[in-house]
Each structure stands twice: as C-alpha cells, then as structure tokens.
Design a protein. Structure first.
Length: 68
C-alpha cells in the first residue's frame, strides 16, 4: 500500500516536471526569434517533453480510475 502511494506521487511529480519543462522550452523558443536553429531545437525538445507529459498523464489517469 505504501509503495503504491509512493509510485502514484512519483508519477504525479513526473507529470508536473514534464509540463514545466514543456512550458520552459516553449518560452525559450518564443524568445529565440532571430536564431532559427535554436528555435527549432527548443521546439523539438518541447514536443518531446509534451509527448512525455501526455503519456505520464494518461497512465496516471488510468491508474487513478481503478480499472482492473
């Protein structure tokens, strides 16, 4: 029981970290108006973190729904 609660908290933390990283890289991409290479690199990193966010959030919602 304690281990499952800890895993749920770690999964929720992973969701938050990936969301914050996505927002950080999107902001960096917006600020890099002049440098196209940096802008594209930031957009790719933001997309990768957003994909991670979607996966972690889907797993978290699945586990919290109690589907067996």
């Amino acid at each position: 029981m304690v281990i499952t609660n800890l895993l749920h908290y770690l999964l929720a933390l992973a969701v938050l970290v990936t969301l914050v990283a996505t927002l950080m890289y999107v902001t960096k991409a917006i600020k890099a108006k002049e440098d196209k290479n940096e802008k594209n690199a930031c957009i790719k990193k933001a997309a990768l973190f957003f994909l991670g966010y979607l996966v972690f959030n889907a797993v978290r919602m699945y586990l919290e729904s109690g589907v067996k």
